[in-house]
Design a protein around this ligand. Structure first.
Ligand code: X90
Length: 277
């Protein structure tokens, strides 16, 4: 049985060892350029371009055709997308799944609405690899990954600006104002239904790190896996890692750069923190 994992590019994952993997890219679009969020995208160049660009910018999700192409010829596909509450990606993946199994009735596709994005999706994919490798049958994997995604992983974020989120109707302008003031960061989480839920504002790097860490513990973090994805803010990511490691010595904490879609919305300075509970 050949297994494949497909994720849209908001998972910030480019390659995967052990299980066949492909990404379906979202796009970042301005009046004069289109950035495809795949392995070839130079994220820091894109952010520099966008800083200078004064016009409108938006994003678009992969089409169902792009998802279908990513499924390739796999017998069993697990496909994970950014929250269906903020993007059409999950819907496109579901349409692709339906067409795929209609064409090839002996193949199976399971679409996972992550209700989140970025590093939380990444952690869910790593769990999928574990489950597939352990040789569980398809239905058992579906059951276990659903439980893991819904009950055992969370996402917190800290944003210096919510300009792009507000301009694209993903949060209200009122909420975005919270992150608009110099030196203030908006701390929030992916809610149970996959929307942005604001928690507090914090001033200064140290307070921001302390606020994220206390919310991690409040959400049930007990020393499991953590992934910190940052948009040009390695310093903040490292400070948070130190803070977590002071208390949870054995925690596996990995820092990585956010790719195109997450960097566009989290904007320079933003942090996304996916963790196990
Ligand atoms: O379909 C599209 O064009 C994509 C739209 C995506 C909109 C939201 C992206 C958010 C990325 C910002 C902070 C984390 C939010 C967590 C929400 C559940 C990152």
């Amino acid at each position: 049985m050949n297994y494949k994992i497909v994720a849209d590019s908001s998972a910030d994952m480019l390659t995967l060892s052990e299980i066949d993997f492909d990404l379906a890219p979202l796009k970042i679009i301005t009046d004069n350029k289109e950035y495809t969020d795949n392995a070839e995208l130079n994220v820091s160049e894109m952010l520099t371009d966008l800083k200078l660009y004064k016009g409108k910018s938006r994003t678009s999700c992969p089409s169902s055709g792009e998802f279908e192409e990513a499924f390739g010829d796999a017998d069993r596909v697990f496909c994970i997308t950014i929250t269906s509450n903020l993007s059409g990606s999950c819907n496109a993946a579901r349409v692709a799944a339906k067409t795929y199994v209609e064409k090839y009735p002996d193949r199976m596709v399971h679409v996972i609405d992550s209700l989140s994005t970025g590093p939380e999706m990444y952690i869910v994919i790593e769990k999928l690899v574990e489950l597939i490798k352990s040789g569980e049958d398809f239905d058992t994997i579906v059951e276990k990954i659903t439980d893991y995604n819904v009950n055992h992983t969370r996402l917190l974020f800290a944003l210096e600006s919510m300009h792009n989120l507000a301009n694209n109707g993903r949060v209200s302008h009122l909420v975005a104002k919270m992150a608009g003031l110099l030196g203030i960061r908006a701390i929030g989480r992916a809610s149970d239904v996959g929307t942005l839920e604001m928690i507090c504002k914090s001033r200064g790097l140290k307070n921001m790190v302390a606020d994220i860490f206390s919310n991690m513990k409040g959400d049930g973090y007990k020393g499991g896996k953590v992934r910190i994805h940052h948009a040009q803010n390695l310093a903040a990511a490292e400070l948070l890692r130190e803070k977590i490691a002071e208390v949870f010595h054995k925690a596996e904490i990995i820092i990585a750069e956010a790719r195109g879609l997450c960097s566009f919305y989290a904007e320079a300075g933003g942090l996304l923190v996916g963790f196990e509970i």
